[in-house]
Write a protein that binds this ligand. Sequence first.
Ligand SMILES: Cc1cc2nc3c(=O)[nH]c(=O)nc-3n(C[C@H](O)[C@H](O)[C@H](O)COP(=O)(O)OP(=O)(O)OC[C@H]3O[C@@H](n4cnc5c(N)ncnc54)[C@H](O)[C@@H]3O)c2cc1C
Length: 311
Amino acid sequence: METTERNTGRTQRLFEELGGTVTDGFPAIHSPVHHTEAGTPYLKRPGVVVLARPQTNVAGLKGFLKGFDPGLRFPEYIDDPTELPDSTQLCKTAGQVCYASFGPRRTTNENAAAYIERLTSAGHGSVLEHASFSFLLYGISRSVTHELVRHRAGVGFSQISQRYVSGAVLRFVERPEYQEDEELHRLFEERADRAAAGYEEMAERLLDRQEGGASMLTADHKTDARKKVQQTARSLLPNETEAPMVFTGNVRALRHIIEMRADAHAESEIRNLALRIFLCLRTLDPILFGDYELGELPDGTYTVSTRYRKA
Ligand SMILES: Cc1cc2nc3c(=O)[nH]c(=O)nc-3n(C[C@H](O)[C@H](O)[C@H](O)COP(=O)(O)OP(=O)(O)OC[C@H]3O[C@@H](n4cnc5c(N)ncnc54)[C@H](O)[C@@H]3O)c2cc1C
């Protein structure tokens, strides 16, 4: 218990240090936008915004619980005085349906942390699949999103279409390694300016060819015609191009992703992202993510780990 409280204090402090805020119950860690002298926008770190979280209707069980022998005292289940985060409540209720654990001998909400720990430590993670969270992720490069979308189980992605959007929303992401080094930073800014200008120039040339009737670039509909230009022009964009997305995962999947991607061996940009996702989740639900501990690497960056991997 003491360890959990110490962990919570540390994660709360880091959440705040990184600029974390909670608005109407939704945590976010935003990322400021920078510009090169030529005006090319870029970001230095991931931005994470919780867009959706569970809402659990425990009172809704009443009609179901009243249908059993009154001697079992099942309806008392909904009068538990300890309020839990909705996500913990949802998973706990799901688990308790399995054994019809609604009577006086059930684990009460006061002991929810121990209940969840029994599940995660034993690898009974399926009840964690009921609670899902959605995030807006931005300030992340195309190379990071390529890694994130490798996760298939229990997740959903909606990523910016480089075929659909124009150069007007083109932004870049500067790796932490470049930010500390004057020369590498300058080279990054030059590259971003060149990529933005190169994209614009290529899009104009392709548009010219399209208007000239080049067969591979023409299309019947305006949107398709624009896509044909942009899908070709994007080929010159670097991995440093920003690729925002909405990302949804259930808690079992999110735990696995945090364990893999906030590990010391993970690539540093995705580790930064996984850390921020974890901090938002821990702020929302200190129980489902209560077993995680922060670690610090010699370069000042953070890891997140648990002894209960892959619940
Ligand atoms: C440090 C690091 C280095 C990496 N290096 C490389 C690399 O060099 N090259 C490369 O290609 N990838 C690499 N990856 C990606 C990695 O191989 C996985 O593709 C990625 O992490 C997704 O994780 P996952 O396989 O656990 O899948 P998830 O979709 O997150 O699935 C979670 C779990 O569900 C189960 N599961 C999911 N799908 C299936 C399935 N089809 N069949 C059976 N069980 C399933 C598995 O138990 C899996 O672990 C790397 C990842 C990390 C973290």
